[in-house]
Design a protein around this ligand. Structure first.
Ligand code: ADP
Ligand code: MG
Length: 642
């Protein structure tokens, strides 16, 4: 029978530490939150090599008293929480007393700190959790924490980290979010000796947006300040033109604490209804200010989920705040007692507002006569319907929303596979590499005895045709995507780069982390047919792309690739190249839900035959390209045959 043993303290600390200090950005978050709790008005963060080699957080806060410095590094040592009651009324960022002990278990830490009351400060150095140096030194008020060689003693964790540039990007994200939550504090971020951003601490959120996202964003934000039922929603939302293809520029805080919530993101999007394209996510930085007892704060410090005691009501207020902002409602306070009274007469502020109709939420409304209100039950139902339940991605569905907008200028006939060349080039040049990555088994290919004849297209998505004794249904997107993918793969492996110069190069302003990823991977981009250069101050210029697409397509693709490259672990995955090729193929392939003309229908059929002659029957994701019913099968279905 196995012996039950108590873990040695050092091991237990290491395990706990892994949870709090998961990666450099998590360490930065903990240290910066400590600085905020210490009342600092100015905080500087410097990292080197993604923060793995070096992290420094300096503040001008209250400092730690000389006699307490060692205590601060003990497990569960905190100056912020004394009793269990405090848990519910906590106003500080950290209170578990775990951060410093965790960090010093997985890195070497040096702290220099001084309070205003003393003349001299203290320098303390800890290696592997124990003090190895202590001296009294002359220094300014406040605290400097230096964390070096993170995870040096835990190789397994080290492996789990991403590339330096990706980790540096995470740090930028974390610090950027904190800066957005505290416009009253001046933050500076330095990465590998370069200043990335610096906020002034003048208390104006719009100025933080300017420093982090650039002037375009700062000019296109709408301030929001809306209070209902003692819940205050304040911050900025972006005008519809700032909407992007992902959620990276959506920031939500609850009582200044950063929270990730897809449900809230959907509620905000709902507030923009009709003014933002489906699939685009509006820009926002919002804080929900709510009585602490309505929020379960006792969650793990590294987690960003939250529980509200009355979730649907809060989302309802969030929706009202955004809808009010979108229609230019300005700051607004709806007193709690009036809100409860559904029969009250219309107030002026509500009736002043512009047409209701355009912003009626799809979740169903009932009118109180004074303010557009949403029934909490309906919000609940709506949220249930939008919160993903691990449903598989539905490509056709997404494509539907795009149809007619992005792809209207797409010319399918320009994009055909080179006839026959596919087979020969591949087999002569790189047979092993290409065929090794081929998931399908190659059966002996028998070409159709008669040429297939097109019947037409149904649901704007499937091409129908008859081939001898067979009836074919072809998924137009799957077929085209696969053809594209094969073509790209061929070009990629034969080093014959497919690249087209853009008449008008595209300039993209990126987030720091995105710019880092793109610029540190220019060669990778080049090998996929992009020509991208640094355009200074976080912008890049795209001169050439694998295929000519609309500006929006190219922008999305560059960012999607950046995201994928950022995700790539330090030890690259073998099939990573194919994932990128597929991303490109998917972006430019003809979509489902697009009406095809006769020539295009024929082209789809020809593409399928070419792919099949090459033994390919599925799209790059493994979905079938073609479904076949034989005449016999159809006869059986109609019970003409048994
Ligand atoms: P917690 O923040 O949960 O209390 P930490 O391990 O993060 O736990 O910090 C332990 C204690 O060290 C804090 O409660 C605080 O008293 C002190 N401390 C940490 N960082 C600073 C700082 N930058 N300035 C002043 N005091 C600090
Ligand atoms: Mg802390």
């Amino acid at each position: 029978m196995p012996n039950i043993q108590v873990l040695p303290q050092e091991l237990a600390d290491k395990i706990a530490a892994g949870e709090v200090a998961e990666r450099p950005s998590a360490v930065v978050k903990e240290l910066v939150e400590n600085s905020i709790d210490a009342g600092a008005s100015s905080i500087e963060v410097e990292i080197r090599k993604g923060g793995i080699e070096y992290i420094r957080v300096s503040d001008n806060g209250c400092g730690i008293e000389a006699s307490q410095v060692e205590t601060a590094f003990l497990r569960h040592a905190t100056s912020k929480l004394r009793s269990i009651d405090d848990l519910y009324s906590i106003g500080t960022m950290g209170f578990r007393g775990e951060a410093l002990s965790s960090i010093c278990a997985v890195a070497n830490v040096e702290v220099i700190t001084k309070t205003a009351e003393t003349e001299e400060g203290v320098l303390l150095r800890l290696e592997r959790g124990s003090v190895c140096e202590r001296e009294t030194i002359a220094c300014g008020d406040g605290t400097v924490m230096v964390v070096e060689n993170l995870f040096e003693n835990i190789p397994a964790r080290m492996k789990f980290l991403k590339k330096n540039s990706t980790e540096a990007g995470y740090v930028a994200d974390v610090l950027g979010r904190i800066a957005l939550s505290r416009p009253d504090i001046a933050f500076t971020y330095i990465c590998d000796d370069k200043e990335v951003f610096s906020t002034s601490g003048d208390g104006k959120l719009q100025n933080v947006v300017l420093k982090l996202y650039g002037v375009e964003h700062a000019k296109a934000v709408i301030p929001v300040d809306y209070t209902e039922d003692n819940v205050r929603i304040a911050g900025v939302i972006g005008k519809p033109e700032l909407a992007r293809g992902n959620r990276s520029r959506q920031t939500l805080f609850v009582n200044k604490r950063y929270i990730k919530s897809n449900a809230a993101s959907k509620v905000v999007a709902e507030g923009y209804r009709n003014s933002i394209m489906v699939g685009k996510f509006p820009f926002f930085v919002l804080n929900i200010e709510i009585a602490p007892e309505c929020v379960d704060v006792n969650v793990h410090p590294a987690k960003t989920e939250i529980k509200f005691s009355n979730e649907s009501r809060i989302y309802e207020i969030l929706y009202h705040a955004v809808a009010n902002g979108v229609r230019g409602g300005g700051a607004k306070v709806i007193p709690a007692e009036k809100t409860a009274d559904n029969n009250s007469t219309p107030t002026r502020s509500a009736s002043e507002n512009t047409p209701k109709q355009a912003y009626t939420p799809s979740l169903g409304t009932y009118s109180t006569g004074r303010e557009e209100r949403v029934s909490p039950k309906l919000v609940r139902e709506y949220l249930d319907s939008v919160i993903p339940k691990n449903e598989p991605e539905n490509k056709a569905e997404t494509a539907k929303t795009d149809s007619g907008m992005v792809y209207s200028d797409f010319n399918f006939l320009d994009e055909e596979l080179p006839p026959d060349k596919v087979l020969t080039v591949r087999e002569e040049d790189e047979p092993s590499e290409v065929s090794a990555s081929e998931p399908e088994e190659k059966e002996k290919y028998v070409p159709p005895s008669v040429p297939p004849s097109a019947i037409g297209q149904i649901f704007d998505t499937y091409v129908l045709c008859r081939c001898g004794e067979e009836f074919w249904m072809i998924d137009q997107h799957a077929a085209h995507e696969r053809a594209r993918f094969e073509r790209l793969k061929m070009d990629y492996y034969s080093k014959q780069r497919m690249s087209q110069m853009l008449l008008n190069p595209i300039i993209l302003k990126l987030d720091f982390s995105e710019a880092q990823t793109v610029l540190s991977n220019l060669d990778a981009y080049r090998s996929f047919g992009f020509d991208i250069e640094d355009f200074g101050s976080g912008s890049i210029i795209v001169n050439a792309t694998p295929y000519i697409g609309s500006e929006a397509e190219i922008r999305d693709l560059v960012l999607e690739i950046a995201e994928a490259l950022g995700e790539m672990s330090r030890y690259s995955i073998a099939d990573f190249e194919e994932r990128l090729l597929d991303m490109i193929a998917c972006k430019y392939a003809i979509k489902a839900n697009r009406k095809l003309n006769a020539a295009e229908i024929q082209e789809v059929i020809d593409t399928v035959i070419r792919l099949e002659s090459d033994g390919i029957k599925t799209c790059p994701h493994g979905r079938p390209i073609k479904i076949v019913f034989t005449k016999t099968e159809i006869e059986k279905l109609f019970k003409r045959r048994l």
